[in-house]
Design a protein around this ligand. Structure first.
Ligand code: 2AM
Length: 178
């Protein structure tokens, strides 16, 4: 199964994000129910390994915290925008949790994640059909986006099935933040 560790977002926050969707012809908007914040992508995993990962995550202790989504940005690849996202206000407790998840997964035998943690919620995937000027205009127009702080009381091991239109994410296990 294809796995990742993330934060599920409460429904009001998802609805708030969904209000941003639109006005960018050619963008593939993420369905509202799919919004999440990835803490660590794991990828294709055999069942026995998934169990080890679950055990390692279940042993992790980290405090609950408050998450504030803020700002809009894009990731670029080869000089063109490939995804549009909502950012996260600087948050040492989120960084702490991400570090703990990383350590737990390495203990479970996963190779270290080389990429720097860049917390975000993907809003849309972009391709060549989306005019760069429109993307710049969208980011500019939503420059001041900021959601109300939301309590994060657990993190989640998700499985992901790649669908034709959009991926289907299933929360497999929830782990409490204390
Ligand atoms: P993204 O939203 O920035 O694309 C489930 O697929 C989650 O894992 C998504 O949030 C996605 O991040 C992330 N993800 C998918 N493939 C990845 C990869 N190869 N490396 C890191 N993260 C990945």
């Amino acid at each position: 199964m294809r796995l990742f560790v993330g934060l599920a977002l409460p429904w009001p926050l998802k609805e708030r994000l969904a209000m941003l969707a639109g006005g960018l012809p050619g963008a593939r908007w993420v369905p509202t129910e799919n919004y999440h914040l990835t803490l660590r992508f794991i990828g294709e995993t055999p069942a026995y390994k998934a169990e080890e990962i679950d055990h390692a995550l279940a042993a992790l202790r980290a405090p609950a915290f408050s998450l504030t989504l803020s700002g809009i940005g894009v990731f670029e690849k080869g000089g063109r925008s490939v995804s549009l996202w909502a950012g996260v206000e600087r948050n040492p407790q989120l960084d702490h949790l991400q570090g703990k998840v990383e350590t737990a997964l390495q203990r479970a035998g996963m190779p270290p994640e080389r990429r720097r943690f860049s917390p975000h919620v993907t809003l849309a995937r972009l391709n060549d059909s989306v005019a760069p000027a429109k993307v710049a205009g969208f980011v500019q127009a939503h420059n001041l986006f900021r959601a109300a702080p939301e309590p994060m009381t657990h993190f989640t091991l998700f499985s992901s099935r790649l669908g034709k239109e959009a991926s289907v994410y299933t929360p497999e296990v929830e782990y409490e933040l204390t």
